[in-house]
Design a protein. Sequence first.
Length: 239
Amino acid sequence: MFFVLPSAAIFSIYILAAILPAVFLLRYIYKHDTVDKEPPGLLLSLILMGIVAALMSIVLEMIGEKILNDQVSQNDKYYKIILAFAVVAVVEEGTKFLLMKLRTWKNPNFNYSFDGIVYAVSVSLGFAAFENIKYVMNFGLSVALPRAVLAVPGHMGFAVFMGLFYGRAKLFSDLGCKGKKVLNLLASYLSAVFLHGFYDSCAMIGTTLSTAIFIAFVAAMYIIVISLIKHESHNDRRI
């Protein structure tokens, strides 16, 4: 006799497999926010912003890919690189950055530099969790593990750089340094775009060389990101 799980139970397993990596990583970041922790309600709203960013990205990427296909042949050797940087990374990091800034820039809780990392990661993991649910539902549990160790932490890695410069931009803004504020806001967005674009380019190209570069890049990014989180948490500054 075969034991068959009810569809509701299967659905629950799929959802848990999709969201648990994001929950684990968000908890890791929250644990390192040791000074004046952010209100749970604010973090929840940022996670929801991440889901909204994912929905916006679906539409904008369709438009961007259509424009790209009208200009560049899919057989062009640079097509996947252009797609990764100019469409996927620009759109996804752009929607995340925009919604994060709208929700947090003038929020009174944004009073420590590490808060920028917490905000960026919260939005990004909301985005990643929604995206992960979509992939697991479409392709099954076989994609859950590789995405748990690559895609979801990848989104967090991009977000740590975004949040690092975002927190500094807020600090310089409150100090009245307009030029440094603008430069750090640009660095916040563009650093995430570059990392995301490079990550996706290597993954999309799919050659032996690009795969080797991808593995080295991901390993290096994880090491740097963990070091940055610990350093910024230890040296958290009031804004």
